[in-house]
Design a protein around this ligand. Structure first.
Ligand code: HEC
Length: 127
C-alpha cells in the first residue's frame, strides 16, 4: 500500500516543491525522499514488482536531476555535480534494466546507487 502510493505523493510533492536555488544547503527533505525511494526500489526489485520499481526508478531520475541542478550553479562544488551525475546515470541504467526485466542486473544497479550516494556524502555531508 505504502509502496504504491509513495511515487504519487512524490510527484505531487515535486510539483509543489519550492525552487531550491535560493537555498545554500542541500534540502534534507529532498534527500529523505531520495533515501525512501532508493529503499523502495530495492525492495520492489527483490519482490519482482516491476511496475512499482519502474515508478521508483523514474522518481529517482527526477530527484537526482534536482540534485544535479542544485550543484550546477555552485561552481565551488564542481565535483558534487559529478557525484550527482554518476548517481543519475546509475538510475538511468537501472530504469533500462527494469524495462528489459533484468531484475538481477537491476538489483546490482540499486546496490551501486547506494554506494554512489556515499561518495558525495563523504565530501559534502557534514553530519
Ligand atoms: C551530489 C551530492 C549528493 C548525492 C549524490 C546524494 N546526496 Fe544525500 N546528502 C547530500 C548532502 C550535502 C546532505 C546533507 C544535507 C544537510 O544536512 O544539510 C545529504 C543528506 C542526506 C540524508 C540525510 C537527510 C537528513 O534528514 O538529514 C540522506 C538520508 C541522504 N542524503 C540520502 C541520499 C541517498 C539515498 C542518495 C543516493 C541515492 C544520496 N543521498 C545522494 C548530498 C548528496
Amino acid at each position: 500500500m505504502h509502496k504504491l502510493t509513495a511515487p504519487l505523493v512524490l510527484l505531487l510533492a515535486l510539483q509543489t516543491a519550492p525552487v531550491l536555488c535560493d537555498e545554500d544547503e542541500m534540502d534534507t527533505d529532498l534527500m529523505q525522499t531520495i533515501d525512501d525511494t532508493t529503499k523502495s526500489v530495492t525492495s520492489n526489485i527483490d519482490l519482482r514488482k516491476k511496475q512499482a520499481a519502474d515508478e521508483d526508478a523514474h522518481a529517482l531520475q527526477k530527484l537526482l536531476s534536482q540534485v544535479e541542478v542544485f550543484y550546477e550553479t555552485r561552481h565551488d562544488k564542481a565535483d558534487a555535480v559529478e557525484f550527482a551525475r554518476t548517481s543519475l546515470e546509475i538510475a538511468n541504467r537501472l530504469q533500462k534494466l527494469l524495462t528489459d526485466k533484468d531484475f538481477e542486473g537491476a538489483a546490482r544497479a540499486a546496490n551501486e546507487l547506494s554506494r554512489s550516494c556515499r561518495s558525495c556524502h563523504d565530501v559534502y555531508k557534514h553530519s
